[in-house]
Write a protein that binds this ligand. Structure first.
Ligand SMILES: O=C(O)c1cccc(C(=O)CC[C@H]2O[C@@H](n3cnc4c(=O)[nH]cnc43)[C@H](O)[C@@H]2O)c1
Length: 215
């Protein structure tokens, strides 16, 4: 059984099931999965997983959604990837959390500051099954608002894909002991606000192909 999560139902039009209300948004109970619409942003993503997992066993969880690509991502519009590691870029100073001396969390005694792994075994198995590459995600509640800002973030954190939920989902999975993976499809060049440069439809099609191949 999969727990599938996406920030908005716009990213999951291909999922069919029995709807149910979930934290003021939508859930679906389908064949082999439960889907949760989490809402956009870090808090919503972490809350959704934690709330569901506090009441139901979770065998494995997949967060999927669209993302912005940094110039060196090696992914075109509409192309998908598995996120192997997430950076929480707005946690701590410009240099991150380490200068403050307080890790965000510890996993098996190892302090984690701004970089959080998705489940390696699950992520690598999905990448092999789906024939998708691995990339590094960067999460920030405020998206890049210019190409220059996007390039700065990419260079600062050595990241490929920008989103608003991934690091929170990764941290919640680590804290709750849930095997979690993250699938992202490129909807836009990060930092480019002109919607004419976006390809949401192509990105959602890539999500559809990958997610339905798992069910
Ligand atoms: O209006 C804008 O300039 C703008 C820029 C980036 C993203 C948005 C969104 O409303 C997207 C929210 C939603 O989609 C994910 N997403 C997609 N592209 C990006 C991006 O370039 N940077 C950050 N997040 C992105 C995100 O995870 C949200 O779920 C609007």
């Amino acid at each position: 059984m999969w727990l599938l999560l996406a920030p908005t139902r716009l990213e999951a039009p291909f999922l069919k099931g029995e709807p149910f209300p979930f934290l003021g948004r939508m859930g679906l109970k389908g064949k082999g999965f439960v889907f949760l619409e989490t809402g956009v942003g870090k808090v919503n993503a972490a809350l959704a997983l934690a709330h569901w997992a506090s009441r139901h066993p979770v065998e494995r969880a997949l967060l999927f959604g669209v993302a912005g690509a940094y110039p060196e991502a090696g992914l075109g519009l509409g192309e998908a990837a598995l996120v192997a590691e997430e950076v929480e870029a707005d946690l701590g100073l410009e240099e991150g959390l380490k200068p403050l001396g307080f890790p965000a969390m510890a996993v098996e005694g190892k302090p984690l500051y701004n970089r959080f792994p998705l489940d390696p075994a699950l992520t690598e198995a999905l990448a092999a099954l789906l024939g998708l590459p691995l990339r590094v995600g960067l999460t920030q509640d405020r998206p890049s608002e210019s190409l220059e800002e996007a390039k700065r973030r990419a260079a600062r954190w050595n990241a490929h894909l920008e989103n608003m939920e991934g690091a929170a989902f990764a941290r919640a999975c680590l804290a709750l002991g849930v095997p979690g993976a993250e699938l992202r499809a490129v909807s836009n060049p990060a930092g480019v606000r002109d919607r004419g440069a976006w390809r949401l439809g192509e990105a959602v099609s890539a999500l559809r192909e990958a997610v339905l191949a798992l069910l």
